[in-house]
Design a protein around this ligand. Structure first.
Ligand SMILES: [Zn+2]
Length: 345
């Protein structure tokens, strides 16, 4: 398929003009047919949260060119961005809300209109600890960034800035390197009809891998991206001691089996995933034959020791790359747990 035409409307919101549920229309006819079959009741709108006119859109299916949304005839629309990335602020907001909930963080993700539309920035505000993470979409001049930083930092215990494609001024990047040793960037990747955040830390000479939000943790000092080892600033303001958000579950007394190890409310989503898969496997294996039960018990022990290993990670491990390695082991373990459970269903 050729490069899509940026003028074609490729994103919409689902359900109503004011909806915050974004969608990227599949460009290929077969995929659009499948989407229609799966969700016959979806209605599409040129959403106000997309900076759109609020009009209803129809999904146009073409076999010989790119499928796209279309306004009703005679509609007048002045929406600025229509491309596949034009609903990214809604996807980022959604990813952040899910991640915060999964991590046990009491936080709100909000869209910020900085003068050119609702997709200029998305802010994550952690309630108790007054921490802020800004996802910057609209490009800011260096002075604009400085004054925005002043404003955001005023009542914040920690402030992280994550820049989207092309949104950071070179001078801003230089200042960030000097202050933090690195700059955080995000981009979105298409998965089906949605897009999801990938984050990495860039230092002057190297970058970490792009990782999903689930691989990152909120610590009292701010957002940690695995693998980054750059100098980390001492927080501009003292961290609020009364409301720390621990990066991982505190290791508790060792239970009889791994499955009894209940992670605390601030556990990483990956730990929760492994825990859930172990629980599921144990339930399925209970009525299986002895051979499978032995296998399941072995994996249960393996999961328990991995969870403990993850729980021992400290802040510096998230910079040295050690945390990336341990997270990778967890991913691999989750895959094997799911596979074994799959054979028992
Ligand atoms: Zn419109």
């Amino acid at each position: 398929m050729s490069e899509s035409d940026r003028r074609l409307v490729q994103t919409a919101v689902i359900g109503s003009a004011s909806s915050g549920m974004g969608i990227v229309l599949p460009q290929e006819a077969g995929e659009l047919r499948r989407l229609r079959r799966r969700h016959p009741a979806y209605t599409y709108w040129c959403g106000t949260q997309l900076g759109g006119c609020g009009g209803k859109l129809s999904d146009r299916l073409y076999v010989d060119k790119v499928c796209h949304f279309a306004h009703a005839p005679n509609a007048s629309c002045h929406r600025n961005a229509n491309g596949a990335d034009s609903a990214d602020h809604l996807f980022v907001k959604q990813d952040l809300a899910l991640w915060a909930r999964g991590s046990g963080i009491d936080a709100r993700a909000v869209l910020r209109d900085l003068g050119s539309g609702p997709g200029d920035a998305v802010d994550l505000r952690v309630r108790d600890s007054r921490q802020r993470v800004r996802f910057q979409f609209r490009r800011l001049s260096h002075p604009e960034w400085r004054s925005a930083r002043e404003e955001l930092a005023r009542d914040a215990a920690s402030l992280d800035w994550v820049f989207g494609p092309g949104s950071a001024h070179p001078e801003t990047v230089t200042e960030m390197y000097a202050a933090n040793g690195c700059v955080l960037r995000f981009r979105c990747e298409t998965q089906g009809v949605a897009r999801h955040i990938r984050i990495r830390a860039e230092e002057a000479r190297r970058s970490t891998d792009w990782v999903p939000l689930d691989a990152c943790v909120m610590t009292p000092e701010g957002l940690r991206v695995p693998g980054a080892r750059g100098l980390r600033r001492a927080s501009r303001r003292p961290v609020v001691e009364a409301s720390p958000v621990p990066p991982v579950a505190a290791p508790g007394p060792r239970p009889a089996t791994g499955a009894d190890r209940r992670p605390g409310r601030s556990t990483s989503p990956l730990v929760r995933k492994v825990q859930r898969l172990v629980d599921e496997l144990n339930a399925l294996a209970a009525s299986a034959d002895a051979d499978v039960r032995t296998k399941a018990e072995r994996m249960d022990r393996e999961a328990a020791s991995w969870i403990e290993r993850y729980g021992r990670l400290t802040g510096p491990d998230f910079w040295s790359g050690k945390a990336t390695k341990v997270a990778g082991q967890g991913d691999e373990l989750a895959r094997r747990l799911g596979k074994l459970a799959g054979t028992l269903k």
